[in-house]
Ligand binder design. Structure first.
Ligand SMILES: [Zn+2]
Length: 258
């Protein structure tokens, strides 16, 4: 039953976000992108600070070691990103690449696509393991973490898709590549479930790493995209969208508590 929930959550995190990303690429008005990214940022930060971290502290682990793990996680994600294993999309940049694709086709080579694929697959696998950990702690926490995964996978997959299209890949091939890398999260969920079922002492640390991942993506990848917008009205829209994302998680927590 728990395993079925984990598999469903990883499928939702991978394929639902892929479908939404496809729709965005297909026809979402450009002006909606900042709001979508703002909303995703709010969801990620709220899931990390209101759900995952408090739950990690409530476990048997020592708060000092939980926060040390959080710190190590943030530094490790920066390190992984620098060696291209934890690459997250910068949809704005890649949309621009898409627009100018016919001018410099040579700019995006197969090795870039390959490193995107390897990085995404690894990232999705870790997401799957994190989801398994949160479901093992508490299914309600698992579902709100699923929302966090969907929130960051949509901009990432939309960005990857734009990148692959601008490298000259066909739509169906790009979709296929993205779907393949999404399969890795299911593998991570199943392997994580069996590995962590017997290692309950590790769960609070897995939660701290999951929180570090969400914070890192929100603050280092998504916020800089929002800061690029110069218009006052767009900025207000972003903040409102971010607050809406936070509110969604806060309200769903109240719902879960009663
Ligand atoms: Zn992810």
């Amino acid at each position: 039953m728990l395993l079925a929930s984990i598999v469903l959550a990883t499928v939702l995190g991978g394929f639902l976000s892929l479908a939404v990303a496809g729709l965005i690429i297909a026809g979402l008005p450009q002006r909606w992108l900042p709001r979508l990214v703002g909303f995703a940022t709010g969801v990620l930060l709220a899931v990390a600070f209101l759900d995952v971290l408090p739950e990690a502290i409530e476990g048997q682990a020592e708060p000092h070691s939980i926060f040390a793990t959080l710190l190590i996680g943030i530094v490790a994600f920066f390190g992984l990103e620098r060696i291209a294993l934890w690459r997250h999309a910068h949809p704005g940049e890649e949309a621009k690449v898409e627009l100018h694709a016919h001018h410099h086709h040579h700019a995006i080579g197969n090795d870039t696509i390959l490193s995107v694929m390897v990085g995404d697959s690894f990232h999705n696998f870790v997401d799957g393991v994190m989801l398994a950990a949160t479901f093992l702690v508490n299914p309600a926490l698992g579902w709100s973490t699923t929302l966090g995964v969907i929130a960051h996978e949509i901009p990432q997959e939309a960005g990857d898709f734009a990148l692959m299209r601008s490298a000259g890949m066909s739509t169906s091939r790009a979709l296929c590549f993205n779907a393949l890398s999404s399969l890795m999260s299911i593998a991570g969920g199943v392997i994580g479930y069996f590995a962590l079922s017997h290692l309950h002492g590790l769960l609070p640390y897995c939660l701290a790493v999951a929180a570090a991942s969400f914070m890192y993506i929100a603050i280092s990848d998504l916020l800089p995209l929002l800061r690029r917008e110069a218009h006052f009205q767009t900025s207000v829209g972003q903040i409102v969208a971010m607050l809406a994302g936070i509110l969604l998680i806060a309200v769903s927590n109240l719902w879960g508590a009663h």
